[in-house]
Design a protein around this ligand. Sequence first.
Ligand code: NDP
Ligand code: BG6
Length: 513
Amino acid sequence: VEKEVPFKTLKDGLLAFTSLEENKDTNGDGDSVSITVVGASGDLAKKKIFPALFALFYEGCLPQHFTIYGYARSKMTDVELRNMVSKTLTCRIDKRENCAEKMDQFLKRCFYHSGQYDSPENFVELDKKLKQHEGGRVSNRLFYLSIPPNIFIDAVRCASSSASSGNGWTRVIVEKPFGRDSESSAALTKSLKQYLDEDQIFRIDHYLGKELVENLSVLRFSNLIFEPLWSRQYIRNVQLIFSEDFGTEGRGGYFDNYGIIRDIMQNHLLQILALFAMETPVSLDAEDIRNEKVKVLRSMRPLTLDDVVIGQYKSHTKGGITYPAYTDDKTVPKDSLTPTFAAAALFIDNARWDGVPFLMKAGKALHNKRAEIRVQFRHVPGNLYNRIIGTDLDLATNELVIRVQPDEAIYLKINNKVPGLGMRLDRSNLNLHYAARYSKEIPDAYERLLLDAIEGERRLFIRSDELEAAWALFTPLLKELEEKKTIPEYYPYGSRGPVGAHYLAARYNVRWG
Ligand code: NDP
Ligand code: BG6
């Protein structure tokens, strides 16, 4: 397979990458694409998948012959599905525009089939309906499993045996969680591979579809100024921070079985870390990138209890409002020890990153909502200006911040002279603020990922060996936490989280950004 990466031109004149390897299964002009959202009555389908599909349609990114089917057990007619979907569609791309006409066109392409997830007969019925829409064309089929993980395999078995494409490609997008630990994840992979080839499986981690996460590699590998600094020689520590200012709100039942380490760290933050730390890939081809990510994961030490602090939010009253404790959620056991917060120190034992702490922090019900990568650089050797004006050492330390969300930005903290006749130093930001620089809305992560799945681009999806390596890092720790029934440090709803996180960081001479 040739590894060269040609460009294709999108309709707005931008260049996008496509790989020759994928060309064998991309869509021909006259081909049809049928997208079945399995679990269409659920939260994710309504909140993210249908709106993302509409945005792709609006942008002209869906093929000419496409059909969308919702599939779930709930009884619904096509019209009822359309009514349900229409409530969550927005004119996201251009808020000033009235996109009612486009919405109408889109909804006319949406249909619904009610069926059980373990019924081959129901999937045969779906297959018949899909065929009618496909009208004898090459039929490419994408199934999006937006259902709880305990029914993944049933649905895959039925879809692959009774509703896969006869003459085109069949792909399945699988939502997280991909197991609870190494063993359950390996069992899930094994079961999936009974029915699908690895290249038909698109394991989604929606953080990989976020604009600033995608931009990480561009930043590193297309700007000469960053790559030479990207190592233990110049970087003191890297922080990966996720925080939400709300609790588990309605998802407590799911969350209690997983906890924040599985929900955010083992997947979203670890994926960002791997992209951040990987060596330069041979090309932008999906396999070359995933090969480099897997090497990073395999070079990391599995976590131990010593490297981690866990917390759980408790009730807090502020301004006359009482915010609930995690265990106030009716779907959560009163004595639950599930962490809603965790901080961890990770290390990559390779030549580039030896000794550099990668600190992760993730929590729900904290004081703000943000996802950030913070890169703190070492002190300037000699530090001429500290000696002259005796300022705080930290003033001289550069920091690169990649704010994934909200209000996307990349800024570099530098030191500069305060203008005037004196000699005082100040700290300023060299700032790429997306809202100021680009008028166009940033696409939602699900738009990018759905489009990639339709186009057969696997770069942003997780390969089974990456998943295995990711679980290997966290499984011993998760088991130990559960076996020892480790009590989390309680923190008030809306606070900055447990103080233990600060002690953990201090052990590595780090202050959280
Ligand atoms: P839901 O709990 O809303 O489930 C989706 C649909 O699956 C339901 O509408 C229901 O449809 C069916 N279903 C639910 N429970 C069962 C069951 N026990 N047995 C059979 N069918 C069931 O899930 P979400 O939409 O929240 O999430 C879907 C997937 O996406 C999950 O794997 C989740 O972990 C993942 N995910 C969700 C996110 C979110 O924000 N919601 C974020 C990231 C990942 P019906 O009864 O009509 O058949
Ligand atoms: C999901 C987690 O994967 O990501 C949720 O299951 C979390 O608990 C969500 O709220 C955060 O995603 P985003 O895109 O809103 O930051």
